[in-house]
Structure formats: structure tokens, C-alpha cells
Write a protein that binds this ligand. Structure first.
Ligand code: SF4
Length: 266
């Protein structure tokens, strides 16, 4: 059996808990696991390389394997259980089944981090209704920037993403946040981003900038907090603290929404 090279353990679909600046102690669930699998290839992706660039929904890991790994994990220490892992969790066809089983077993709140490319599919939105929180990625206000920053599979546009988030917003009874990763290459789109936020009206906007190094290759352990792991990695250009505070103030003024920023974390 292969081992988790960082921890000398057999590989597991459950990792952490890891400390998250947004939600506290977060236990990660990885429904992709077999590889890095996503409908985006973001320039800042902490997985390093997306090896399967796809929008295909299928079962990548059986639910029974996830539940076995969960029982062997330190799930009791988690404040929240988060579906993220080695790619886009809504590509897993057993997402709703796993959410239901984990909720029944742990009684903990459950959250899904999604790149929002699949939300136009009503079956995906139905799956997400099983979660307590959904955080949707939105980094671009025009398709040219989307191509540069997120590098989606064919057919994904800013409009398809925003319409998908709006459809989820209308149906989802839980807490919906929009996450924005600001970098010099999308900094100029602030006002257009505010317009999109005013269309969506999420419960919260989360401002981030790519502080984590980007590994040059894919390592399964990159799904968690991999700072300090001995992998060759690149550091991207971030927005600095002063600029982040300006962005926050401008978005606040343009939208009136609740805004949290990585630059204000403890
Ligand atoms: S959506 Fe997430 S997993 Fe997919 S490429 Fe972007 S950062 Fe990586």
C-alpha cells in the first residue's frame, strides 16, 4: 500500500482537522482523492497541478471508504466538516449521500467549498441543499480574466457561474458565502465584481489573496495546510495589506454586504 509521504500513514479521504481562518477547526473530506480533479485550473491552486481537467460527475471514491476513514479520524476535534480536498467536490456524484451519512454519524455542521462551475445543474444544487454552508468561488468579472485566473473547462463563463450561484441562492436555505481571491491580475475589476455581488446578495463575502505557495506538482497532502512541506513551490504576487483594506472598504461601500478579509484574521 502506498503511504502519505508527509505523515507516513496509509492515504485517507479524511484529513486534519486543519485551522481555517474562516471557520475554525475544519476536518477535510476528499471525494476526489484518486488524483487532482477539477473543472478549473486556477493559477494559485494549492494542489499544484490539476491532472484531470474535467466537469464530469461520477463517483471517484465509494461512500463506504469515506465513512471508514472518518471513523478512524479525529473528527471529534472538528468545529466543522468541510468538503474540499483534491479538486471540485461537486464533481462527486455521491456528495449528497456522504453529507447525509457524515451528518448522521457526527452531528457536526457541514460545509462545501465549490468553484461554482456546476451550479447550473439542478441535481448539483439539490445535493448542496444537504449542507449547512456553501462557499462559492468568484475571482473574475469578465471572461478574459476568468481564462487567465481560473482556466475553466470549455463552456464555463462568468455569466454561467453567476447564474448558477444565483439559482443556488434562491433554493438553498443555509449560509452562502462568495470567496474572492484578489491578485494584481484581477484587482482592476473591483467595481464589476461589486455589481456581480449585488446580483447574488450572498450572506458573506470573503476576501483572500494567494498567500500559500503553489507546489510545482501534485501531492495529495497539498489539500490540507501544506505550509512547511518540503515540495518545490512558487510564490504568487499578492495584494498587500493596505490594498486589501482599500478593496474591503470599497466593496463594503458598493454592496453593503458583510465582508471578511484574510488580512483581518487573528
Ligand atoms: S477550483 Fe480549487 S481545486 Fe480547482 S483549480 Fe481552483 S483552487 Fe484548485
Amino acid at each position: 500500500m502506498s503511504v502519505d509521504t508527509a505523515h507516513n500513514l496509509p492515504p485517507s479521504t479524511v484529513y486534519g482537522p486543519v485551522k481555517s481562518w474562516r471557520v475554525g477547526n475544519s476536518l477535510g473530506i476528499d471525494l476526489l482523492f484518486t488524483s487532482s480533479i477539477c473543472s478549473f485550473r486556477c493559477v494559485y491552486c494549492q494542489l499544484g497541478k490539476i491532472l484531470e481537467h474535467t466537469a464530469e460527475r461520477k463517483i471517484y471514491v465509494p461512500t463506504a471508504k469515506v465513512m471508514e476513514d472518518l471513523r478512524a479520524s479525529r473528527w471529534q476535534e472538528a468545529d466543522i466538516i468541510t468538503f474540499s480536498g483534491n479538486g471540485e467536490p461537486t464533481l462527486a456524484l455521491n456528495l449528497a449521500e456522504v453529507i447525509r451519512d457524515i451528518k448522521a454519524f457526527t452531528g457536526k455542521p457541514l460545509m462545501v467549498l465549490t468553484n461554482a462551475t456546476t451550479l447550473g445543474d439542478p441535481r448539483v444544487r439539490a445535493d448542496l441543499r444537504e449542507a449547512d454552508k456553501v462557499f462559492c468561488k468568484l475571482d473574475a468579472a469578465d471572461d478574459q480574466t476568468l481564462l487567465r485566473v481560473n482556466r475553466p473547462v470549455a463552456g464555463v463563463t462568468v455569466r454561467s457561474i453567476v447564474d448558477g450561484i444565483k439559482a443556488l441562492r434562491a433554493e438553498f436555505p443555509g449560509y452562502l458565502a462568495v470567496q474572492m481571491m484578489f491578485m494584481p491580475m484581477n484587482r482592476k475589476e473591483l467595481e464589476a465584481m461589486a455589481d456581480l455581488l449585488n446580483e447574488i446578495r450572498p450572506d458573506e463575502v470573503q476576501l483572500n489573496t494567494p498567500m500559500r505557495p503553489v507546489p510545482r506538482d501534485w501531492f495529495r497532502e497539498s489539500r490540507g495546510n501544506h505550509l512547511g512541506l518540503p515540495y518545490p513551490a512558487a510564490q504568487l504576487k499578492t495584494v498587500d495589506r493596505a490594498d486589501a483594506l482599500t478593496i474591503e472598504a470599497q466593496l463594503q461601500e458598493l454592496t453593503g454586504l458583510k465582508i471578511v478579509s484574510i488580512y483581518r484574521k487573528d
